[in-house]
Design a protein around this ligand. Structure first.
Ligand code: SAM
Ligand code: ZN
Length: 287
């Protein structure tokens, strides 16, 4: 595990420093141990990793689909091109390229970090997600530099596609939950979180946690469909202005925001059918 990453990791339970042992991290205060697998520290049990899927099979299908659509995007065959490029452009244009720490919470396949990595060669880029399964695959591809085969059978495609492994030096993956972040306050220069808060039961708690770990003058980029999975949230955030006001009340000054950013989530590659999501993008700076 990279020492630069160890320096910013804290026990998510008691927020104290962690010490590196051979295959785990240990909290010097509460003695809790956190395993490291393939260089990925594991901070929480990911059994509930994606609550909307009830069976193991459904979960596997979902993560194959995420990865495979990512793979397809890399081959420039996907439908999410405009969505991902718009997010990356907003970051690259507005956030100085010399910043120290960048995190993407709920990074999924890590595509955004991968795309911006060459613009931020001296930054530590951290992909953070509750799903160890997703991180393990993407770690293999982008950190260990091993090729992976795309399994597109679930999407009705029997052709073989291979993704070429790449070793992105400054990319790191950490498993954990947005509800218990293993970082100190004021750590990151950019906090990115795309299409995460809409699926959470407690988006306000999650947003507050994300803002806490952001440094003063740091940048906060989120994208979300204004389409909340939990019904009580619709009353709290009925429209984009209510969300912008929430950011302002929590010291995030708006810089760029717009809606109608279309994300086409591929459902079937062969028939090229997709779901179309209307996404709200917001970039702000912490005052
Ligand atoms: C809809 S996907 C979005 C993935 C990626 N950000 C993108 O835009 O392509 C939501 C991601 O959030 C992750 N996630 C769900 N609950 C989480 C939690 N409590 N903490 C951290 N990540 C979580 C899921 O595992 C999944 O990878
Ligand atoms: Zn502890």
């Amino acid at each position: 595990m990279d020492r630069k990453i160890l320096k910013i990791l804290f026990c998510p339970l008691c927020k104290q420093k962690l010490k590196l042992r051979k295959k785990f991290l240990i909290c010097l205060n509460c003695n809790k141990k956190y395993t490291i697998i393939d260089g990925i520290p594991i901070f929480c049990n990911d059994k509930k990793e994606y609550f909307m899927y009830t069976s193991e099979e459904e979960k596997v299908q979902f993560y194959n689909m995420l990865l495979d659509s990512y793979g397809f995007e890399l081959l420039h065959k996907g439908n999410g091109e405009g969505y991902f490029r718009s997010i990356c452009e907003v970051i690259i244009k507005n956030v100085p390229h010399s910043v120290e720490h960048i995190i993407d919470v709920g990074c999924g396949t890590g595509r955004i970090l991968y795309e911006i990595s060459s613009f931020y060669p001296s930054s530590n880029l951290i992909g953070f997600d509750i799903s160890f399964r997703a991180l393990k695959k993407i770690n293999k591809l982008l950190k260990q530099g091993k090729d992976i085969n795309l399994n597109l059978k679930v999407m009705g495609c029997f052709k073989n596609y291979k993704l070429k492994g790449k070793k992105v030096k400054n990319l790191h993956f950490i498993q954990g939950s947005v509800y218990n972040l293993p970082f100190d306050e004021n750590t990151f220069d950019i906090v990115i979180s795309c299409n995460l808060v809409d699926v959470l039961e407690h988006p306000i708690k999650a947003l507050q946690n994300l803002i806490k770990v952001l440094r003063k003058q740091g940048f906060f980029l989120i994208t979300t469909p204004m389409n909340w999975r939990f019904s009580y949230i619709w009353k709290i955030f009925p429209n984009r202005d209510s969300l912008i006001n929430f950011f302002i009340e929590n010291s995030i000054h708006p810089i760029v925001w717009f809606d109608n950013l279309i994300f086409r989530e591929t459902v079937n590659f062969v028939r090229n059918s997709y779901l179309e999501w209307n996404i709200f993008l917001f970039l702000g700076q912490k005052k």
